[in-house]
Design a protein around this ligand. Sequence first.
Ligand SMILES: O=C(O)c1cc(=O)[nH]c(=O)n1[C@@H]1O[C@H](COP(=O)(O)O)[C@@H](O)[C@H]1O
Length: 238
Amino acid sequence: MSKSPIIIALDYSDEKPVWELLNQFGDEQLFVKVGMELYYSCGNSLLSKLKEKGHNIFLDLKLHDIPNTVGRAMQSLARLEVDIINVHAAGGCLMMERALEGLEKGTLSGKDRPTCIAVTQLTSTSENVMQEELKVNGKIEDIVVHYASLAKRSGLDGVVSSPLEVPLIKEACGSSFLTVTPGIRLAGDSKDDQQRITTPKEARSLESDFIVVGRSITASVDPLLALQTIKKEWSEGL
Ligand SMILES: O=C(O)c1cc(=O)[nH]c(=O)n1[C@@H]1O[C@H](COP(=O)(O)O)[C@@H](O)[C@H]1O
C-alpha cells in the first residue's frame, strides 16, 4: 500500500470530532497525525481504531528528555506499531541514538520499526524568536540544516521542518532523507501561530516528502473540498 503524502493533523481533544471529520472522506485510507492533545485524551484505543480502518499514523509526541528516558519511552511506544514517531533534535545525538535503539528493541518481531524523525526548529518559531528568546545564533535555515545533520548522524530517517528548508536539507543529508513538513496553508488561509509557511504546491516544488496539514482542513467549512484542493495543488507542484 502506498502512503498518502498528505498527513492530516487530528488536533482534537476527544474522539467525536475525529470520526465526524474522517467520515466525510468515506473509505479512503488516509495518513493521519495524532498529537499530544488527542493522544493524551484518547490514548492507545483510538490508535487501534484508526489502524483498523486502515489509516497510517504519525504519532507526534515530540519526545525530548534525557537519553535513557527517551530510549525507554520509545521501547514502549514501538509496540503501538505506528508508521512515524518523532523526537526533538535539540535533545542531542545521544538522545536520538537511544530513541532509535529503544524503537528497535521494542518493535515486535516480523514488524517494521516506526520511521523516526526529529523536529529541527518548530514552524511556529521565527528567526527573531530563535535568536532573541532561544539564544540560538545563526540563520534559521543554517540551524535547521545543522539539526538535520545531527539527526542523520544519529541514524534517524528524517526530520520535521518547514518546506522552505527542504532543498538545503536534501543537499546536506541526501535525497532519501525524509522531510515531513508542517506549516502548510492554502492561499487566503490564516497563518494562525505558524511562521514559516508555504502552500501545498510550493511544498511539493521544494521536494517535501510529506506535508502535515491541520487547520486548512479541520477548520475549513468544507474539509472534503479542502483535501481535494490540497491533493490537486500537490499534483501540480511537480
Ligand atoms: O511535529 C509536528 O507535526 C509539527 C512540527 C512543527 O514544527 N510544526 C507543526 O506545526 N507541527 C504540527 O503540525 C500541525 C500543524 O497544524 P496546522 O498549523 O493547523 O496546519 C500541528 O499538529 C503541529 O503540532
